[in-house]
Design a protein around this ligand. Sequence first.
Ligand code: OSB
Ligand code: MG
Length: 374
Amino acid sequence: MNIAHIKLNVISMPLKSPFHTHLGTVTEREGIIVELIDSDGVSGYGEGVAFSTPWYTEETVKTSLHMLADILIPLLRKNQIKHPEEAAILFKSIRRNNMAKAGLEMAIWDLHAKRNAESLSASIGGTRKKVASGVVVAAESLSSSLKQIEKYLEEGYQRIKVKINPQQDYSLLAGIRRHYPELPIIADANSAYTLKDIERLKAIDDFNLLMIEQPLASDDIIQHSLLQKELKTPVCLDESIVSFEDAKNAIDLGSCKIINIKAGRVGGLYEAKRIHDYCFDKEIEVWCGGMIEFGISRAHNIALASLPGFTIPGDISASNRFWEEDIITPEVRVENGFVTVPDTPGIGFGINEKRLKDTTLLEKSFKFENSWLC
Ligand code: OSB
Ligand code: MG
């Protein structure tokens, strides 16, 4: 790989409707689009998925920009890389900052796949031709949740995820179950509970939920193992799993029966695939989480979810779930509950250059007079 130029575009877009969790409301999404251009003019794309504030993980758009510009891009420049896995291993010399690493690592994967004239899915070992689509409802009340669920089910989504917290759990889930007794439902708590809330959590154990996602602290593995023993409902971990080692420990301790894999959260596709492979071996189900992302990250999610162990519909929604107009072309579409995995080179989507330009707040360019071998 002979990288000549790296461009970072910080973009910003309003969400079509506010996204509510007990940690706050997202109405505007910023993100970092990473473009690598090689000496033949071939471009690979990645997306930094940190938020503007550290509500979900400790990273932010600004910390990611700093890591990319001052640490990761210079590190890549100094080291010869022949394969994206080597970049992922190189980045392990830097602690955490997984979303910044992933943005760059995933652009390298896209470029690598394009250079080999193969799809990103094929490049990482994907086997599925289409991936099952689920969608998140993050509304403020039962009535608006029901309205959104009705609309999404009409659009074909195969399962729904709702956000819960101690102020809105039993009544919300009971209200949804009254209308939809059989609907596959995930309840995502984003760490809204502690073990002191065990009775509240046991109360929702009879709703036949597909799983409860990240009920306890965002960095906990131990207490979740105690909780899982008390619940029939499978516990799924999201925030707690930021590396392969976390996934292994959680499985070995019985802290969860399911893992939500997000490439951004774990530092890129290499680590995401390692987690997938271990879970596949141990018969732990996995699914692909979402980050209210733009089309580039969405495209990477589609490739990731084409791996054989992704058996549960992911938070892989259409571009129009969050955006009036996405930055990729064509946009991601859900048809009969599935998204087709592209078989064209790399991520398989082009860039909507006008939309990218119109949403760009800041552009940084790293150009090298002599393209450097990496
Ligand atoms: O906890 O899974 C989460 C969005 C941003 C950050 C964290 C989470 C979420 C979601 C939405 O639940 C997933 C999506 O983009 O569809
Ligand atoms: Mg979650």
